[in-house]
Design a protein around this ligand. Structure first.
Ligand SMILES: [Zn+2]
Length: 173
């Protein structure tokens, strides 16, 4: 792990620390599998998974598998984390958490979910072509690549906007 990448994703690493602490407190046993420098933890999450830095916390028997659409989607979030660093949690993490809680039916149409899918698909495609496989042999994950903007996006981004305003207000006073 590159040291600069750890600093870039420091807020995610702090959150990772808390999650592992929580798993320890709950005496939950887990195994970690690794793929593409990303670590899948079968943390026994009841519904879905969440991605923090290079770690993905998922349900029981969750493993890092390049053929799994579920893992690849979460890996897409992991790529967003690498790209966005300190901006990942406010721009992707918080809205995504709210979206899954408030509008679960349309969760996978939100732009941040579709972006995660696209990143994962293009990563997989590059990998496949690098291995000299033809375009037809590319893995089809069946992941949604069409986003739809709606008033829900405004709702989901509002807490982040309020946090930024609050931060400016505190530093200005
Ligand atoms: Zn997602």
């Amino acid at each position: 792990m590159h040291i600069l990448l750890i600093f870039w994703q420091l807020s995610q690493w702090i959150a990772i620390g808390f999650v592992f602490l929580g798993l320890k407190v709950m005496r939950r046993s887990y195994t970690i599998t690794r793929l593409f420098n990303t670590y899948a933890v079968d943390a026994g999450i009841k519904k879905g998974a969440f991605s923090l830095g290079p770690f993905i916390f998922g349900p029981m028997s969750f493993t890092a598998d390049e053929k799994s659409a579920f893992f690849m989607h979460e890996f897409g979030h992991s790529l967003q984390s690498r790209l966005l660093g300190p901006f990942y949690l406010p721009i992707i993490g918080l809205p995504s958490l709210l979206s899954a809680a408030l509008f679960p039916k349309e969760h996978n149409e939100r732009w941040f979910e579709v972006w995660a899918n696209r990143l994962a698909i293009s990563f997989s495609d590059t990998l496949q072509l690098d291995n000299n496989r033809s375009k037809h042999d590319k893995l089809d994950y069946g992941l949604n690549t069409k986003s739809s903007f709606s008033w829900k996006d405004i709702v989901l981004v509002t807490p982040t906007v309020l946090l930024v305003v609050l931060l400016f207000w505190i530093t200005a006073n």
